[in-house]
Every structure is written in structure tokens, then in C-alpha cells.
Design a protein around this ligand. Structure first.
Ligand code: PLP
Length: 412
């Protein structure tokens, strides 16, 4: 098992009286000291605007920024010129929707997404479908949150022009069969984007292996800083796409009436880039590589099994998605206590020093499909420990009555 909590200062500094049990890593991860140091280093001795200044510090900033791109490319088995730095997964998906899918849409085309997608991977497609009289088709999950092959074959057809699918559901924790979905989509002549926001840290992203056309992820969900994300795209597709934003450094030549844009990836990086963020993300990736993807997967699998086994039989507790740890799933477990508000459960856990998220998890179509208004979500990361999971289980075993009593006591 990994033992890395001490690398993350917030886990020990947040509470005077003890350890913070942070179980909301699907929202954002905590940052290791090396990433905090990288941000300080950037602003202490590296800071200049990349791709602009020709003086030594400016050239160094450019080199570091481009080195960060190389680190990302190598980590996901892509090419350097296929890595576009942007703000986050949301921006990467919007970029593909606007610059790749919208120009090719014809009335009657179908865009296919699973019902469980995050709003960031629903709304851009909903808007395009509405605007261009296309259909947004939902792949429905089964009772256990899985996408069955029959559903994939039935819904991805010659009418499909684009498929956008999460590598891992941010509510159910299911790992979706991206490779199989991509194979089917390509057979039907459609293109595929993988939303790897939840998969990047926990499963790893290998764009070659997945076979997709585009992939999107955010640094902040993988030990990196906020405000930097990546769109990876096949170069021959990026090359044919118009720019997303217009402005500085995405352009090669500008005359009074027209402009010649840069080649990708710079074409999609208008304005001053988040260079400190890209640098710190490259340090986060090196940290992930040091831990090892296999060790991360095994650590989280063990914690997820411990958690599911510990809470599965709690009376009144209902788990959404697959309660079987042997299935292909990550350490995201959503649940409710029957008849109990998820917000109260979240407040009760907070009172025990346990941070989980309660609400709709930016996945309202899924919650409507499941017939629930909101849910609690525990999401684990490599810095969580078996003791953290024990504490969560013990707290939940307190049951709904204790939760109601504790919350009432605190609000009086
Ligand atoms: N996709 C999935 C599956 C997510 O879980 C999230 C965030 O939780 C996003 C997209 C959006 O990520 P960001 O807010 O970093 O753009």
C-alpha cells in the first residue's frame, strides 16, 4: 500500500487537533509539497511570458513551458504537437464541440453520450443539437451503472457523427469501456472524445491504447494546480480546426484585414498561457510516475473494496452504481440513507472531520434517471489510508438516527 499522506501538507495542517480525512478528490485533489514548491520556484526564479521574450529569462520560460507539454505527451503516449494547454476539462470539451463538431454537423446527425456524463460533457452537446436540429442520444446504464454492449451497438449507428464518453463516471465510479465504444464509433464513421477528468490520476490515460480522437483532462484532479487542463487531439484533426479564441501568440502573420494562424497546438492557446500551472502540472505528473500507475490503482482498489465491504450492509444505506469491488470501478462511491437528506449526511460527516460531497455532482440527467434528488459521494485518492476508510465506515455505521441527532444538536 502507498503511504504518502505526509507529502500533502493540508492533510496535517488543516486541523489543529488531527488528521483531515479528505474524501472529495473527484472534485479536486490536494497538492503534494513538490507541486507547491514548483509554483514558488516559478514565481521566484522562472517567471516570464513564454513564447514572447527573447531575453534569457523569457527563453527559459518558453523552454520550461514546452518541456511541460512534452511531459504530458509522453505520459499519455501522444505527440507533443497534439497537446493543447487550456483551462480545464470543460474548456477542452467546449473547444472540440465548437471547433471540430459544429462545423461538420448536418441536420439529423446524432451525438451520443452516456446518461451519466458530467454537465461539462452534456451541455456543449445539448446546445449543438438544439442549434443544428440534431439529436442527442443517451446511452443508458444498467442497474449497476454499467454500459452494456447491446446498448452501445443499438445507439451508435451510421447516423452517429460524434461520441463523447467519460473514462470514469464522477458519480458511479464505473470505468466505461472507452476502447470498445471507440471501436464501434469508428466502424460507424463517427469520432470520439474521452473525458478523462476522473480517469487521469486513478487509471492513467493512454491515448494510443484507447484509440480515441480527442481526450480532455484537468491538472487539478491529478495533484496539479487549478486553471490548467489539456486537450489532446489527433494532429490531422487539430490541423483542420479553426481557432477557439483569437489574440496574442496564436497567430503567425497579421495584416490590416487578415491573419494567418499558428499551427496547433499554439493556434488554440490565445493570450498569455498559464505557464506556472503547466510547469506545476508537469511536476505533478512526475510525482504520479514516481508512485507508479499500478501502485495507485492497487492502493485505491484495496481502499474501495474495504469501503464497499464496510458500508454495503449498513441498514438504510443505498449505494448507486456497482457495489461489487471486483468490477471495473474506481474509488468513487455515491450513496444515500433512505429518507435522509444528503446535505445532512455531509454535515454529519464534516463534524467527524470527514470531507465528502453532497449534491447533484453536476450530473442531473443521471440523478433524474436514478430517481434521486441528490446523493453523498465519497471519492478516494492515493493519499487516503485504510484508517481514513475505517473512520468513514465507523461514522456511517452510526446510521441515519445518529446523523439526524448530531445535526440537530449542532444547529440548535
Ligand atoms: N468531467 C468529469 C467526469 C468531471 O468529473 C468533471 C469535474 O468534476 C469535469 C468533467 C469538469 O472538470 P473541470 O471542472 O476541471 O473542467
Amino acid at each position: 500500500m502507498l503511504d504518502i499522506a505526509r507529502d500533502f501538507p493540508i492533510l496535517t495542517n488543516y486541523n489543529k487537533d488531527g488528521h483531515l480525512i479528505y474524501a472529495d478528490s473527484a472534485a479536486t485533489t490536494q497538492k503534494p509539497q513538490c507541486v507547491l514548491d514548483a509554483l514558488t520556484e516559478w514565481y521566484t526564479v522562472r517567471n516570464a511570458n513564454p513564447h514572447r521574450g527573447t531575453y534569457k529569462l523569457g527563453a527559459l520560460a518558453t523552454d520550461i513551458y514546452e518541456y511541460a507539454r512534452e511531459v504530458v505527451a509522453e505520459h499519455i503516449h501522444g505527440k507533443k504537437q497534439e497537446v493543447v494547454f487550456c483551462r480545464n476539462t470543460t474548456e477542452a470539451i467546449n473547444l472540440v464541440a465548437r471547433c471540430f463538431v459544429e462545423p461538420m454537423l448536418r441536420e439529423g446527425d446524432e451525438i451520443v453520450i452516456p446518461i451519466s456524463e458530467h454537465h461539462s460533457n452534456v451541455l456543449p452537446w445539448q446546445e449543438l443539437a438544439r442549434k443544428h436540429k440534431c439529436r442527442l442520444v443517451y446511452l443508458l446504464t444498467d442497474q449497476r451503472g454499467r454500459l452494456l454492449e447491446s446498448e452501445i451497438r443499438q445507439k451508435i449507428t451510421p447516423k452517429t457523427c460524434f461520441v463523447a464518453v467519460a473514462q470514469v463516471s464522477n458519480v458511479l465510479g464505473t470505468c466505461f469501456p472507452v476502447k470498445e465504444i471507440t471501436r464501434r464509433a469508428h466502424e460507424m464513421g463517427a469520432y470520439v472524445l474521452a473525458d478523462c477528468a476522473q480517469g487521469f490520476l486513478h487509471c492513467g490515460v493512454d491515448v494510443e491504447e484507447m484509440g480515441v480522437d480527442f481526450a480532455a483532462f484537468s491538472a487539478h484532479k491529478a495533484f496539479g494546480p487549478d486553471g490548467v487542463g489539456v486537450l489532446w487531439g489527433r494532429y490531422e484533426l487539430l490541423k483542420q480546426m479553426p481557432p477557439y479564441n483569437l489574440g496574442g501568440e496564436m497567430v503567425d502573420q497579421v495584416s490590416w484585414r487578415k491573419a494567418v494562424y499558428e499551427k496547433p497546438p499554439l493556434r488554440f492557446e490565445a493570450g498569455t498561457q498559464n505557464a506556472s500551472g503547466a510547469f506545476a502540472f508537469s511536476v505533478a505528473i512526475r510525482y504520479i510516475q514516481q508512485l507508479g500507475q499500478k501502485a495507485i490503482r492497487e492502493h485505491e482498489a484495496a481502499l474501495t473494496a474495504q469501503l464497499l465491504e464496510g458500508i454495503r450492509e449498513i441498514p438504510g444505506l443505498r449505494i448507486y452504481g456497482n457495489p461489487d469491488p471486483a468490477e471495473d470501478r474506481c474509488g468513487i462511491v455515491s450513496f444515500n440513507f433512505v429518507g435522509q437528506s444528503s446535505l445532512l449526511v455531509g454535515r454529519y460527516l464534516d463534524a467527524q472531520g470527514i470531507n465528502v460531497r453532497s449534491g447533484t455532482h453536476c450530473a442531473q440527467p443521471l440523478l433524474a434517471y436514478l430517481g434521486v434528488g441528490s446523493a453523498c459521494r465519497i471519492s478516494l485518492a492515493p493519499y487516503n489510508t485504510a484508517d481514513d476508510v475505517d473512520c468513514i465506515i465507523r461514522a456511517l455505521k452510526g446510521g441515519p438516527e445518529m446523523i439526524a441527532r448530531t445535526v440537530l444538536r449542532r444547529t440548535k
